[in-house]
Design a protein around this ligand. Structure first.
Ligand code: 13P
Ligand code: SF4
Length: 306
C-alpha cells in the first residue's frame, strides 16, 4: 500500500514538475517520498532557490507560508492545511504591538515559528539554526524583543553579550514534554552517550546538554562527531534520518512523548490528493507578504551557526 502510494506520488510529481519538501519531523514514509527533507532554515533556502513552479510542503502552516512569501510566483500546496504550530499562535499582532509599545527601543527578532502577520511587524526572523548569529548581526541594537519562544530566546541571551532581552510567553508544547529526569535516567543507562537537545527545550534540559542544536545541526553533529551513542532531545520524527544516515550509531529519544501531533497530520494519501487536485494552495495577502519578506530574507542571508 505504502509502496503503491509512493510510486503514484512519484509519477504525478514528475508530470506536474513538482518538488516535495518535508520537515525533519514528518512521518517516516512522508520523508521517504520527499525530494528534500530539512530544518526550517534549510527548507526556506530550498523554497527560494528551487526551479520547480509547484512546491508541495509537508510540514506545518508557518513553514508553507514562509515558502510562499519567499517564492510568490510559485504555487505552494499543503497536503494538510490544518497542521498548525501552537507556539506560532502564542504571539499575535495585537500582543506584539503592545510589547513594542512597552519596549520602544528594542529590535524585534521573531522566530520563524510565527504567522506572516507577526513577521511583517518584526525587524528580522531567525530559526534555531541561526538565532545567535541573527541577534549578533543587530550591531546597532542594545535591546532585543524576542518572540514567541521564550526558551529559545533565553538560550540566545546566554550566548550574546551586551544586549538586554525581553521575551514573550511562548513555548513548544512538544519540547516541553522532554524533562530533566528523563535525560538523567538515560544518561545513567548510557553513560558514554552525548546529549544533544533542541533550543526549544526547557532551560534545565538545555543546561544539561552537550550540544544545543537545530534539527539540521543535530544531523550534522551525528555524522561528524566521534560519539557512538547519542541521546536526542527533540521531536521523535528526527530519529528516522538519524538512524538511516548513521546505521552504525545508537540514538535514544529523550522522551517518547515528544511527538508533534500537527507534524503527523500529513499522510501519503493526502500528498497524492494534493498533487491530483492541486490543493490546498497557500496564499498570503500581498501587503503582509511584502513586509514579512524583508524580515525573512534577512534571516536567510545570515549563515547557520550549527
Ligand atoms: P528546526 O528549524 O530546528 O527544524 O525546528 C523547527 C521546529 O518547529 C522545532 O520544533
Ligand atoms: Fe511547533 Fe513544537 Fe510542533 Fe515545532 S514541534 S511545529 S515548535 S509545536
Amino acid at each position: 500500500m505504502t509502496e503503491d502510494l509512493a510510486s503514484e506520488i512519484e509519477k504525478l510529481k514528475e508530470a506536474r514538475r513538482a518538488v516535495i519538501l518535508a520537515h525533519n519531523y514528518q512521518p517516516d514514509e512522508v520523508q521517504d517520498v520527499a525530494d528534500h527533507v530539512g530544518d526550517s532554515l534549510g527548507l526556506s533556502i530550498i523554497a527560494s532557490t528551487t526551479e520547480a513552479g509547484l512546491i508541495v510542503f509537508c510540514g506545518v502552516y508557518f513553514m508553507a507560508e514562509t515558502a510562499k512569501i519567499l517564492s510568490p510566483k510559485k504555487t505552494v500546496l499543503m497536503p494538510e492545511v490544518i497542521a498548525g504550530c501552537p507556539m506560532a499562535d502564542m504571539i499575535t499582532v495585537p500582543k506584539l504591538k503592545k510589547l513594542k509599545e512597552e519596549h520602544p527601543g528594542a529590535k524585534v527578532v521573531c522566530y520563524v515559528n510565527s504567522s506572516a502577520a507577526v513577521k511583517a511587524e518584526s525587524d528580522i526572523c531567525c530559526t534555531s539554526a541561526n538565532a545567535v548569529n541573527v541577534v549578533n548581526s543587530l550591531t546597532d541594537a542594545d535591546e532585543i524583543l524576542f518572540v514567541p519562544d521564550k526558551y529559545l530566546g533565553m538560550y540566545v541571551a546566554t550566548k550574546v553579550k551586551g544586549k538586554k532581552f525581553y521575551f514573550s510567553d511562548g513555548f513548544c508544547p512538544t519540547h516541553m514534554k522532554i524533562t530533566l529526569e528523563q535525560i538523567k535516567k538515560l544518561k545513567e543507562e548510557h553513560p558514554a552517550a552525548k546529549v544533544i537537545v533542541h533550543p526549544e527545550c526547557r532551560p534545565e534540559v538545555i543546561a544539561l546538554a552537550d550540544e544545543v542544536l537545530s534539527t539540521g545541526g543535530m544531523l550534522k553533529f551525528a555524522k561528524s562527531s566521534g560519539a557512538r551513542e547519542i541521546i536526542v532531545g527533540t521531536e521523535i520524527g528526527l530519529m528516522h534520518r538519524l538512524k538511516k544516515e548513521n546505521p552504525d550509531k545508537l540514538f535514544y529519544p529523550a522522551s517518547p512523548l515528544a511527538v508533534c501531533p500537527n507534524m503527523k497530520l500529513t499522510t501519503l494519501e493526502k500528498i497524492l490528493w494534493s498533487l491530483e487536485d492541486l490543493k490546498t494552495e497557500i496564499t498570503v495577502p500581498e501587503d503582509i507578504a511584502n513586509r514579512a519578506r524583508s524580515a525573512i530574507e534577512k534571516m536567510v542571508n545570515i549563515g547557520r551557526q550549527d
